[in-house]
Design a protein around this ligand. Structure first.
Ligand code: GLN
Length: 490
């Protein structure tokens, strides 16, 4: 199909699937189609051929764009337009990508179903009549890609917000190593965990976008400097015979049988291709979720303190001349949704003098144990740790990559989600938070829940297919390996 026809199809799908509520704002599609870069001339002989040039992309609404509002799906930012583009947006535009719109999400990235949005929930249309969870918090980006309303999309992943929606909607979702993609212009949720991630229909497309965005940004102090980047992913491996780790601690009792079956099928397939399988233990996994839900809200409570209606956030109406405390309380009470308020309370509590030792400090210790677990099983030492001498030379029990489910089940129905308590919803992140706590690269690739149905071809994937997510996790900096294995698995 020509690029022009693709662009037309995306524009058509944006109206066909408007009811899925994937976008908070859209660029007028007719204006986009008129642009030279999406026209047939977009890939004329005169233009430098580029993989992403002229392709429509969507951006999660917590990533700043000059052209469209950036709301983070929050009432407090509902009228905010950034004076600048985030570095990742600028890099995409420099490559000729067309930004088509900003996608709906859980407010400030807090949630697992994209239902905590000021603009209403994102919906995944499973089959006639039934609405399912799109996963969160980047559910809008995932649905936009799954329903071919764009070619690819950016999201953010703090504890699984790219991988979980990818798993639920049947697309590929990649969270790179922490510090590789710039977060300049990305609204902070939990700085020590936040990453920009990429959605696409296949790992090749996602890899092409990653290559363009994977550059040092001097404006982001956490962006990995060039000297450290040189040390990453240098290990040569025999790609025809990888050592694949099966983390036994992910085989929990509540794992949905369809997910377990899909996991087994993928492992079998890789074994038939000549790779070897090795059971490994990651014992701190069972505490990772609790640690995450102490650490992330703690950072969030601090990050969100600035939305008080003075310099940041929409001020509550009709309270001029009242004491500051009333202004702050009313502005924050009206501007933030219930889940964000819950996280602020949780975070403020765990950082308070009486609780910090029992909660925040303990959670930091668990985080370190989770990192050590991963370092113990990977054959390559973590390049961020100077002391590589302690890394055992005995490779018999080490692996190149880990393969596990992305989530314990496939997408739940939205009616079930509505009746769930918050803790139940946090449980969906049990397999995604460990890689986040350790800053590791991880990708979710779709696998059919029912193997007889198979995986629809790229061009026919413009609606939901019943899938589960298979997650591939690599050592820090092994992003290319993770993407290469994803290409084999999908
Ligand atoms: N569901 C997790 C949370 O609510 C992860 C969110 C994310 O990665 N942004 O915190």
């Amino acid at each position: 199909m020509s690029l022009y026809k693709y662009a037309k199809l995306y524009a058509l799908n944006q109206s066909k699937y408007a009811h899925l509520n994937a976008f908070n704002s859209l660029v007028d599609p007719s204006a986009l189609l008129a642009r030279k870069s999406v026209s047939k001339a977009g890939r004329s002989k005169d233009d430098k051929y580029d993989v992403i040039s002229g392709l429509p992309m969507a951006i999660k609404d917590n990533i700043c764009t000059k052209e469209l509002k950036t709301t983070a799906s929050s009432g407090t930012l509902k009228d905010f337009t950034s004076p600048y583009d985030a570095t990742v947006v600028k890099l995409l535009q420099d490559e000729g990508a067309i930004i088509v719109g900003k996608t709906n999400m859980d407010e400030f990235g807090m949630g697992s179903h994209s239902t905590h949005s000021h603009f209403g929930p994102v919906k995944l249309q499973r089959y006639e009549g039934e609405e399912a969870s799109a996963g969160g918090s980047s559910g809008g980006s995932a649905v936009a890609v799954a329903s071919s309303q764009c070619w690819a999309a950016l999201g953010t992943d703090t504890g699984g917000s790219v991988r979980l929606p990818a798993a639920y909607t049947g697309v590929v979702g990649f969270k790179p190593s922490y510090g590789l993609l710039s977060r300049w212009g990305v609204i902070a949720y939990a700085n020590s965990l936040d990453t920009v991630g990429i959605f696409g229909k296949n790992a090749k497309g996602v890899g092409a976008i990653f290559d363009k965005l994977n550059v040092h940004d001097p404006q982001d102090p956490t962006s990995l400097p060039p000297s450290t980047r040189k040390r990453l992913g240098r290990q040569r491996r025999d790609m025809s015979s990888l050592r694949i780790g099966i983390p036994l601690d992910y085989n929990i009792a509540t794992l949905d049988p369809t997910v377990r079956q899909a996991w087994i099928r993928r492992l079998k397939f890789l074994w038939q291709c000549g790779h070897t399988l090795h059971p490994v233990r990651l014992p701190a996994t069972q505490h990772a979720l609790s640690a995450y839900y102490v650490l992330a809200p703690a950072e969030a409570s601090s990050n969100l303190a600035k939305y008080d209606g003075v310099r940041f956030g929409s001020r509550a109406e009709g309270i001029d001349g009242t004491p500051d405390s009333v202004l702050f309380a009313k502005t924050r009470g009206q501007g933030f949704g219930s889940e964000v308020q819950r996280r602020i309370l949780l975070g403020a509590f765990s950082l308070s003098a009486q609780a910090i030792d029992n909660y925040f400090i303990q959670a930091q210790k668990v985080r370190r144990l989770v990192q050590q677990d991963f370092n113990n099983v990977f054959a390559t030492p973590n390049p961020l740790f100077d002391d590589t001498t302690s890394h055992s030379e005995d490779m018999t029990d080490k692996v190149d990559i880990l393969i596990c489910p992305t989530a314990p089940s496939s997408a739940p129905s939205l009616s079930d989600v509505k009746t769930q308590d918050p803790i139940h919803s946090y449980m969906n992140d049990v397999f995604t938070v460990p890689a986040s706590l350790a800053g590791l690269p991880a990708i979710s690739v779709p696998s059919p829940a029912n193997p007889e149905e198979g995986t629809p071809e790229y061009e026919h994937r413009d609606s939901y297919f019943h899938s589960v997510g298979i997650q591939i996790i690599g050592q820090y900096g092994d992003d290319k390996l993770v993407l290469d294995v994803a290409k084999k698995v999908e």
